[in-house]
Write a protein that binds this ligand. Structure first.
Ligand SMILES: [Mn+2]
Length: 307
């Protein structure tokens, strides 16, 4: 149908991208739009799979080409993170919580708020518009907030994320939010069954800066030994991906949820990383105490060097 609208999150989708798309499509339909559907730009990760199963929610359709489509973008705004041929699509709205790198020839609804998850913004829209949130939707939105904020440990967490998460937990009947958060995170945190390429690409984003093209993957772990044992293999694969993809720099951010810090494994122009974080890269690695957010603590520092 011509007037079909798809809501899509970013490539290499995480739980926030998938669940925000599902929830926003649901809200739109409840507000009287009839043909709004969620889409996804890639395979769902084990965490998202766990969340959708738990709340008995269907996996969105895969979208592989944006040509001629009507799209609402959630959880991203940069074309490099969106669907193929996004420039040939009609973009209707953007709802977002990342840095903005967006240009469009027509006026559109663009909502960007500096909160910990797109899910927080979407849940808030249900509240504001006085639309009752179905239990399933409340559940997947709660899981998305806990996932994106690393159970409120990430510096991206705001009071509003916590407030909205509490409201959602009440609706779903979850009394111990922290316990539920660990359950959600654990579903993704084991890298045991993934090969090096899958680990790096499972949550990977491209950034086009003026002075360089950077790819940053992030993996969250509960057991640091898992990465320790596979460091060589991961570094080799980072080199391969950098050469194949023509990147100046590729980083794998290994975030230790328990220790609350991240190790960056680096391939390519190390000088950029050394200048950005003001410390030496030793054996292709640096450890950043307390750093858990790619968006807030890693990307801005690289951008300062590469702008
Ligand atoms: Mn997000």
């Amino acid at each position: 149908m011509d007037d079909e609208i798809y809501v899509i999150g970013h490539r290499n989708p995480d739980t926030d991208s998938i669940c925000s798309a599902i929830a926003y499509a649901d809200l739109k339909n409840r507000l009287g739009f009839k043909n709004v559907k969620p889409g996804r730009l890639g395979d769902i990760n084990p965490e998202t799979e766990f969340v959708l199963k738990k709340f008995n929610t269907e996996i969105p359709e895969i979208i592989s080409d944006g040509t001629g489509m009507n799209l609402i973008l959630v959880d991203h705004n940069e074309f490099s993170q969106s669907v193929k041929n996004i420039e040939k699509a009609r973009i209707i709205e953007v709802i977002e919580h990342h840095k903005i790198n967006f240009n469009y020839p027509e006026p559109i609804f663009f909502l960007s708020r500096p909160v910990g998850a797109t899910a927080t913004i979407i849940a808030d829209m249900f509240f504001e518009k006085n639309v009752e949130i179905p239990d399933k939707i409340a559940g997947i939105l709660l899981a998305s907030i806990l996932s994106d904020t690393v159970i409120f440990k990430s510096k991206t967490t705001t009071d509003e994320d916590i407030e909205v998460a509490n409201k959602l937990a009440d609706i779903v009947g979850i009394s111990d939010i922290e316990k539920f958060g660990i359950e959600v995170k654990k579903a993704k945190s084991s890298i045991e069954n993934l090969n090096a390429r899958e680990i790096i690409l499972s949550d990977f984003k491209d950034f086009e800066f003026k002075k360089g093209r950077v790819g940053i993957g992030q993996v969250e772990i509960v057991d640091a030994r898992e990465v320790e044992e596979r460091r060589k293999e991961l570094l080799r694969e980072l080199d391969n991906l950098r050469i194949d993809g023509g990147y100046d720099l590729i980083i794998l951010m290994v975030t230790d949820i328990m220790r609350e810090g991240s190790e960056l494994l680096v391939s390519g122009n190390k000088d950029i990383v050394e200048r950005a974080f003001d410390r030496r890269v030793v054996e292709n690695s640096i450890y950043l105490e307390g750093v858990m957010s790619r968006k807030k603590e890693v990307v801005p520092r690289l951008q300062r060097i590469l702008i």
